[in-house]
Design a protein around this ligand. Structure first.
Ligand code: CAA
Length: 394
């Protein structure tokens, strides 16, 4: 049975900050962020947007693109590391906002940035096993990446969501869940204690942990697919905390096959996957899938019928290297979503506006929130300890 991604949707917050503006305010050479990290702009969520509203907006776009009705969804999972409640999952809010039916498994998954991939793999196996009984899965990766003001991680923040409709006979990418390379290791490279809104990270160590993980996962994948080499992938999409990390990952992967010029294939195999992430920043669980979306929507080359490789990394850590085949017509379908126009429509914040939002978010979970737009998914604040939202139905 062919299984994979049938449609996708992307949501970014309505605001962003140019990293050149941030660099100047922090007394840093802008080239360090733009070239050294490979990110130009990062998404900033105003107080009436959060992990739930981003997830709902991305899911709504994916459902419309798939022309799927809410009752066709038999599994709704949100992968996130920035959930809004210790008990009630983000997916239940999304279920309500989109009107997904009651005959559905609805839950949340967590393993840092790997949480969405865990959900995707589960959905693929659920469909292949026959348990889905013809239904589709809606997998949403949604996060607000936040390290705090004036930290080393500050230029690698971001916010956004990617939703995937997963089904049999998919129209975007057929995935092969039977041959995936895995790697897990108990490391403390990046974490967020229960008492903190900001993540903590051992920055340079986290880069090494990511490289160890791609080494382990790719070696495992090659044991399962011994005849495949890096040259067999028309393109590769990596987890993208910042663009340069994807470059380091690619260099590592090619070096594992003793490629004497590991950067030579970067432009052809990787560059297109970084066009959208460079304008959004790190979106944690959704980062790999934003890279995949970028590949499909910005690659100048036709990818129909070609094999692509995907690498998911979650700190802590768990990682997976897997592959798929681009379905004919997928690039046109993703281009039709108009994602660049969505990015261009964001309000660009001044440094003062950005810092005010970062500080105000500390209290946003306990107070009512002012919102202007009733035609979109919005967080209204907390009433009797319950989070409330508005939004149009999918
Ligand atoms: N012009 C051009 N390039 C410059 C420059 C300049 N003026 N100044 C510095 N650079 C380059 C550096 O050479 C370096 O490039 P290389 O890595 O190729 O050497 C790059 O800019 C970054 O410089 P530093 O390493 O000195 O920067 P830093 O000490 O401020 O730390 C960081 C960078 C570790 C990524 C930090 O931003 C951080 O901690 N980020 C959060 C953690 C993270 O994203 N980790 C990624 C792996 S973990 C993961 O992937 C999970 C996840 O999503 C969090």
């Amino acid at each position: 049975m062919k299984v994979g991604i049938d449609a996708l949707g992307v949501a970014v917050p309505s605001m962003c900050i140019d990293l050149e503006v941030l660099a100047k305010a922090r007394g840093v050479d802008p080239l360090k962020y733009l070239d050294g990290l490979g990110t130009w702009r990062m998404g900033v969520a105003p107080l009436d947007e959060d992990t739930v509203t981003l997830a709902a907006r991305a899911a709504s776009m994916a459902m419309k693109s798939a022309q799927a009705s809410p009752d066709e969804i038999g599994m709704l999972v949100v992968g996130t590391e920035t959930a809004v409640d210790h008990s009630k999952p983000v997916s239940s809010f999304v279920q309500g906002l989109l009107g997904i039916g009651t005959r559905c498994r609805v839950f949340e998954t967590k393993h840092a940035c790997y949480g969405g991939t865990a959900a995707l793999m589960m959905a693929l196996d659920w469909i292949r096993s026959g348990s889905a009984q013809g239904k589709k899965a809606l997998i949403v990766c949604s996060d607000i990446a936040r390290y705090g003001l004036k930290t080393a991680g500050e230029p690698t923040q971001g916010a956004g969501a990617v939703a995937l409709v997963v089904s049999a006979n998919p129209r975007l990418v057929e995935l092969d869940p039977s041959r995936t390379g895995q790697y897990a290791s108990d490391v403390h490279d990046f974490w967020r204690p229960l008492y903190s809104k900001d993540a903590f990270v051992d920055g340079h160590y986290s880069v090494q942990c990511y490289l160890d993980a791609i080494t382990g996962a790719y070696k495992h994948y090659k044991e399962l697919e011994p005849t495949v080499t890096a040259n067999d992938f028309a393109a590769l999409a990596y987890h993208v905390p910042y663009g340069k990390m994807a470059k380091k990952a690619h260099r590592q992967l090619r070096a594992l096959e003793n490629d004497p010029a590991p950067d030579a294939s970067f432009e052809t195999q990787v560059a297109a996957s970084l066009a959208l992430p460079a304008q959004v920043g790190n979106i944690y669980t959704g980062s790999l899938y934003l890279a995949l979306t970028s590949l499909l929507s910005t690659s100048a080359r036709p990818l129909d019928g070609q094999r692509i490789g995907l690498f998911s990394y979650g700190s802590g850590s768990c990682a997976e290297f897997f592959s798929g085949t681009v379905v004919a017509g997928a690039q046109e379908r993703v281009k039709a979503l108009g994602l660049q126009a969505m990015l261009d429509a964001r309000k660009k914040l001044s440094i003062d506006e950005y810092e005010a939002i970062m500080r105000a978010r500390e209290e946003a979970d306990v107070k009512p929130v002012e919102t202007k737009a009733a035609d979109d998914y919005r967080f209204l604040g907390v009433d009797s300890h319950k989070r409330t939202y508005v939004g149009p139905r999918a």
